[in-house]
Design a protein around this ligand. Structure first.
Ligand SMILES: Cc1cc2nc3c(=O)[nH]c(=O)nc-3n(C[C@H](O)[C@H](O)[C@H](O)COP(=O)(O)O)c2cc1C
Length: 399
């Protein structure tokens, strides 16, 4: 995502200025070329040398410098994105009212790249009508505002004003530089395993982690969609910008899918749903005896894709996922695409070694579309696959 992207990080004089070090570091790790500009007040919180070491380039503080470059013009015009983090109440006011009295504020007035602000301040300051009015002016003007988190604040109080988690800032920044091809679309994603209980403490399940579904949910959100993730029991943490519906069993997952389906434009079914469940769930823990437990009777779970096929609207886009161990991935994918009435299918090979389930890489993936789309990857990272799939669907369907 960030490889060869040019990002200007503007640091202003808030107590969270030290947290921006992690942001600069993360952007560099992800391949971005980072330039840092600081206000004079920001340098009271953290030294420019610190950012110089992290960004591996000169940090800009002064409006007045060498004659060779005019950073207050070039910085915001020769980059892909400007992020102001932390953004003080003061810089928000200056931006809203066009005040240009130092390097950062002048650079922001001259910037032609998209701008993201990450305000962080005391909760009373945050709620002040002047701050809220300035934020509205900026948002109406197209500046992307990353709202602060609620929590403990440096001043010893608590409330909204905390500098947000790095992942959310990175996601908002990614959104700011991505074409909003899914704007106005409602995307439903299923992910994770299901659990089919034998008794109150034992269940049948599989090692699905929900990572593939979460990657798709994030990729669709980044493209402007409103996203709901129906997630089976797993460790995956869902960011708060994605609506999260937790479920346990296949039957619960079916119910959740059907209840959201009417309000869905695109459905991605990545969940590893159990095909069978115990015929009876014991009310009490099954006791150990001297003899074997020779029979475990199972019954078929509902086939969610077939149920969706029966009630879907033709204009909805339904994408199925299939994890296969069999040799002919493409043949299997073709059959499933037709049998389940899908628009697209993503088939991947899973091995006993767990690759594909809990790994962040999918080994051998085939994407087939009923429109003739075909993509084949020998190995692909789940995030890359999610972006590639979302883009393929957007292009093929002129989203
Ligand atoms: C210890 C200390 C902590 C501060 N923290 C914040 C803060 O978190 N957010 C904020 O908006 N202002 C904060 N301020 C106030 C700003 O530093 C002040 O408004 C300053 O004028 C901002 O200048 P700048 O926007 O040019 O960097 C703090 C001030 C002090 C002395």
């Amino acid at each position: 995502m960030w490889t060869q992207k040019r990002v200007v990080v503007a640091v202003t004089g808030g107590i969270a200025a030290y947290k921006t070090c992690s942001l600069v570091s993360k952007l560099r790790q992800e391949g971005a070329e980072v330039k840092v500009a600081m206000t004079k007040n920001a340098t009271s919180f953290i030294s420019p040398e610190c950012f110089e070491a992290l960004a591996r380039t000169k940090v800009y503080v002064d409006l007045w410098g060498s004659a060779e470059e005019i950073p207050h013009i070039s910085l915001g015009q020769e980059c892909d994105l400007v992020v102001v983090a932390p953004a003080t109440a003061n810089i928000l006011a200056k931006m809203a009212h066009g005040i240009a009295d130092d390097l950062v504020s002048t650079m922001l007035l001259a910037a032609t790249a998209p701008v993201v602000v990450v305000p962080s301040m005391n909760a009373v300051m945050w709620e002040h009508p002047a701050v809220q009015a300035n934020l509205k002016i900026l948002a109406d003007r197209g500046v992307r505002v990353v709202n602060p988190d609620v929590g403990n604040l440096a001043c010893g109080t608590s409330g909204r004003g905390r500098f947000p988690e790095l992942d959310r800032i990175m996601a908002e920044m990614a959104k700011a530089v991505t074409v909003q091809s899914y704007q106005g679309k409602r995307v439903l994603v299923t992910a994770g395993p299901t659990r089919e209980y034998l008794d109150p403490v034992r269940f049948l399940s599989n090692p699905s982690t929900g990572k593939m579904g979460l990657a798709i949910a994030k990729a669709a959100w980044q493209r402007g969609a409103e996203v709901t993730l129906i997630l089976g029991p797993c460790e995956t943490k869902v960011p708060d910008y994605i609506n999260h519906v937790p479920v346990v069993s296949a039957e619960e997952m079916l119910e959740a899918v059907l209840s959201h389906l009417a309000n869905t434009d695109l459905l991605f079914m990545t969940a590893a749903v159990a095909d069978y469940r115990p015929k009876c769930e014991a009310a009490e823990k099954i006791k150990k005896t001297q003899s074997d437990l020779s029979t475990l009777e199972l019954t078929r779970n509902p086939d969610i894709l077939l149920q969706v096929k029966a009630v879907r609207r033709p204009e909805q886009i339904i994408v199925g996922f299939a994890a296969e161990t069999a040799a002919d991935l493409v043949e299997l994918a073709k059959k499933k695409l037709t049998a389940k009435g899908l628009d697209y299918i993503v088939a991947n090979r899973v091995h006993k070694t767990d690759k594909g389930f809990s790994s962040s890489v999918q080994s051998e993936v085939v994407i087939l579309g009923k429109d003739g789309s075909y993509r084949h990857y020998q190995e692909i990272n789940k995030e890359e696959l999610a972006h590639s799939l979302c883009d393929l669907i957007a292009t093929a369907n002129q989203l």
